[in-house]
Write a protein that binds this ligand. Sequence first.
Ligand SMILES: NC(=O)c1ccc[n+]([C@@H]2O[C@H](COP(=O)([O-])OP(=O)(O)OC[C@H]3O[C@@H](n4cnc5c(N)ncnc54)[C@H](OP(=O)(O)O)[C@@H]3O)[C@@H](O)[C@H]2O)c1
Length: 285
Amino acid sequence: MNASKKTALVTGASSGIGRETAIKLAKKGFDVIAAARREKQLNSLADQFQNITPKQVDFSQSEQTEIFCQYLSELQDPVTVLVNNAGYSIRGALEDVSIDAIRRLFEVDLFALIRVTQACLPGMRKLRKGTIINLSSIVGKFTFPCSGVYAAAKYAVEGITDGLRLELAPFGIKVVAIRPGPIATEFNEVSNNLSGDLMTKTDPDYKPIYQTAGAATGKLFEGLSIPGPDLIADLILEAISSNTPEVAYSAGPLSDEFLRKRENLDDKNFHDFILKKFHLADLHI
Ligand SMILES: NC(=O)c1ccc[n+]([C@@H]2O[C@H](COP(=O)([O-])OP(=O)(O)OC[C@H]3O[C@@H](n4cnc5c(N)ncnc54)[C@H](OP(=O)(O)O)[C@@H]3O)[C@@H](O)[C@H]2O)c1
């Protein structure tokens, strides 16, 4: 083991927040393992930074995740900074989302995060140091209508993050949740492609719900300027650089308004706030 080497792993490093984070860590002198499915994007990162190692893995395939974890546990210089970032969302009323699609999403957004963390922890414990950054979302704390599946995975990420932070504190291993609001990455396009045209597949019962909530969402985003992934990558770097990071960081449009409301209102009043916000309070079908 080389004491001066600092190894970081960023999952989902082929685009968006993960890509920006991998670049910033590489510039800071970390040896960065950049993991995702798309080899071309990972290789182009490795071409630009000799301290970035591309690793192709599809986290929806548990056998591939296991092979990747085996590689992690055999590293000579163990990962001491882990950014669990790979993830995506699907939208739709629960009845419209297939159980297979839900399982796949949980495999990537939750189970792979758990397995990769398990594979990195022995190395961190041995060194008595490490930082684990888990990408949650503002919807790790509440949900929008027709977003329950994605929110459920992020609620679970919040639970895992809180549990880890407690049990790893005695080792000096830091655990942080990042809760972005909407950020301009490939995220939205991926979600649109996977969710498909909700109106064509839904039961007529749901159409007014999609229409009403969709129009309200449009209104909510009207005039908003959506920041790029740099904003979140900077927050991640801030958390990694700090000896006493916050428990959670949030940034991006809507994050302040919605997270503050979630903190300040009781469950019933928060439910009413969201219902109104999405114009569903007076919709009776
Ligand atoms: N953008 C937002 O508005 C927003 C808001 C809140 C939270 N977040 C969270 O932030 C994280 C990063 O998202 P982003 O905005 O940067 O989106 P993005 O540009 O779509 O990046 C997602 C990354 O995850 C990887 N990924 C997806 N499925 C994978 C799989 N099966 N196996 C391995 N890697 C996979 C993708 O790589 P490949 O396609 O190459 O596999 C990509 O590198 C996610 O956890 C997301 O939930 C995003």
